[in-house]
Design a protein around this ligand. Structure first.
Ligand code: N01
Length: 559
């Protein structure tokens, strides 16, 4: 289908406005464009990037790789796509993920309805007409009935605000917006600031090439083997033959991943200390040899019981120490300040072994932080270090950042960024916000996005919104938003669920801690996708309880 074939759209809107505008050309946005076009809507997708790919377009630093099995971190909606794409590795690298998403965009003929290099800067809701008016970085203005934000949970890079940043004469790179041209570290003195997932993936690759690498660590994180390897043809065949069952099972697991090793696994049924020590260690060992997400569901109480969590934490701490030759460095790399899994578990590929190299130095900045950048490098703990290149792997304003950076005004001129800055993200199920009608979020804040396979969640939410729009059109409704009560109830429920877990014990981006001044509240739903899904499906079956549906002002006046 092409743009021109949408002139006769569901709402019969004029050519310069759309039924639906989607912002973001990552996994969620591309599917939304495809699905809504198929429903007959006139859809346009905008992205500020120069290509499709979303987070994978920007995060192209050395070593970037997904930590969910490639066969699962892929679209489930199309048997054609599932059966015809071939992954070369169990955990796909960034370049392969880009190839996949570009292949999908071509196969579904999405490109005619995608406009790149176009950032949505402003969005204003016109209450009289039930339309959003969007202002783009290109200077264009666009009108749409529905606005779908597929802007990603980890796409707004955090500004670490290093003092005197401009003084440094060398090159500074951010993992979150890595250059498209290759960066050579050969013969260079390099610094990496940050030891979260991005730092942990890039450090081993940079160390292999640089003359010298200094890593500045403010906090140690838990990292486990990525377990990447070339795709085994028998495994690929088995998954392709059993996709139906695997996808169904994924939706019933807590994290949206059903494959552990070469098996399909269900949710756990046993608590950590219900089994013998031997059985427990065997279970941890299976995770060690399987994949990142398996740890989250190894036992029923791993995220709620501190003693159970410590058992897993101790298992991983021992494994970290065993890899690093210098005991002092090993101790610095071993986390003690948070329960394991309450910050995102990192996937590593030679990370700890890298500190055994002669050309790598770990600098502990847990007490001092970075003092300032200087002309020749940077100062930390009062000491100056000289570099040619400084790499910042300093993270994101997660979950809310990408939405709050757009200037969105709802009913009565209410400004989303101001309201969220004061009160934290306010949504019903991470899908919609009261006061901002017809604005839909995919993988939005307080949805399960950070704890559930985001490709599947985006697909499921896209279809839920699709059914809602169809129902609105059939019944003559032109605006939908959550009620204040439903929004408050969701926020309260989210907090209560989180309070039953160990997550509030850690300083993490899940809680908004990594951005100074951000309200401290859990940003991702921890109650599991099954409960999330049944809550939203029950609302749908019950004429959208928790949501207000309205008819057009003009037609009301005429009645
Ligand atoms: O960011 P992070 P990330 N001075 O926030 C440090 C996903 N992801 O880009 O912990 C000095 O985790 C900061 O220190 P501290 C994944 O969900 C997935 O690495 O705040 N240091 C920390 O060490 C992940 O969780 C993959 O004390 C500063 C680091 O920078 C999420 O993205 C790969 C600092 C930031 O770590 C974010 O990961 C990559 C400062 N001013 C990312 N500011 C996969 O494997 C920050 N730090 C799929």
């Amino acid at each position: 289908m092409t743009a021109t074939s949408h002139q006769q759209s569901v709402s019969g809107s004029s050519a310069d406005s759309f039924d639906i505008v989607v912002i973001g050309a990552g996994y969620a946005g591309l599917y939304a464009l495809h699905y809504y076009r198929k429903l007959g809507y006139r859809v346009r997708l905008y992205d500020k990037a120069g290509g499709v790919g979303g987070t994978w377009y920007w995060n192209r630093y050395p070593g970037a790789r997904v930590d969910i099995e490639s066969m699962e971190y892929s679209y489930s909606f199309s048997e054609d796509i599932q059966q015809n794409w071939q992954w070369s590795e169990r955990y796909a690298s960034q370049p392969e993920l880009m190839r996949y998403l570009n292949w999908v965009a071509d196969r579904l003929e999405l490109r005619p309805d995608i406009q790149l290099n176009s950032e949505m800067k402003t969005a204003r809701y016109d209450e009289a007409a039930d339309r959003w008016h969007l202002g783009l970085s290109t200077g264009e203005s666009v009108a749409t009935r529905f606005l779908v934000l597929a802007t990603g949970i980890l796409s707004a890079a955090k500004d670490p605000q290093f003092k005197n940043r401009e003084r440094f004469k060398g090159a500074v790179y951010f993992t979150s917006s890595w250059p498209h041209d290759p960066v050579s570290f050969k013969g260079k003195r390099v610094a990496v600031i940050g030891t979260g997932s991005s730092g942990i993936q890039s450090i081993p690759e940079i160390a292999k090439e640089a003359a010298h690498l200094t890593v500045f660590q403010r906090s140690a994180n838990f990292a486990v083997p990525s377990c990447n390897r070339p795709m085994e043809p028998e495994f690929e065949r088995w998954v392709k033959d059993n996709y139906l069952e695997i996808r169904e099972r994924e939706l019933r697991t807590h994290v949206g991943c059903a494959i552990v090793g070469n098996e399909i696994r269900a949710n756990p049924t046993k608590a950590t200390f219900e089994v013998s020590e031997e059985e427990r260690l065997e279970a941890f060992e299976r995770c060690w040899n399987a994949a990142n997400f398996s740890y989250y569901t190894v036992f029923t109480d791993i995220l709620t019981d501190k003693r159970a969590n410590d058992a897993l934490g101790d298992f991983i701490r021992d494994r970290i120490r065993a890899q690093v030759k210098d005991p002092k460095v090993a101790e610095l790399l071993t986390p003690h300040d948070h329960p394991v899994l309450t910050r995102r578990l990192c996937a590593e590929n030679g990370y700890y072994l890298t500190y055994n190299r002669d050309n790598v130095l770990l600098v502990d900045i847990s007490k001092s932080g970075i003092d300032e950048f200087t002309e020749k490098g940077l100062k930390a703990g009062g000491k100056e270090y000289e570099f040619d290149i400084i790499v910042c792997a300093t993270g994101f304003d997660a979950m809310t950042g990408s939405i709050m950076r757009m200037d969105i005004h709802g009913r009565g001129g209410r400004q989303m960024s101001r309201e969220w800055a004061e009160k934290g993200a306010r949504t019903r199920a991470g899908m919609m916000s009261e006061g901002y009608p017809n604005l839909f979020m995919l993988n939005g804040p307080t949805s399960p996005a950070a704890f559930f396979q985001p490709v599947l969640l985006g697909e499921w939410q896209t279809r839920w919104f699709g059914r809602l729009m169809r129902r609105m059109d059939q019944r003559g409704f032109t605006a939908v938003e959550p009620t204040v009560e439903a929004e408050n109830e969701w926020i309260q429920h989210n907090i209560e669920v989180a309070d039953h877990t160990l997550f509030p014990l850690a300083k993490s981006w899940y809680m908004g801690d990594n951005v100074p001044g951000k309200p401290r509240v859990i940003l991702s739903y921890l109650g599991g996708f099954s409960l999330y899904r049944s809550t939203l499906e029950a609302s749908e079956d019950n004429k959208y309880t928790g949501f207000k549906l309205e008819r057009a002002k003009l037609s009301q006046a005429a009645e």
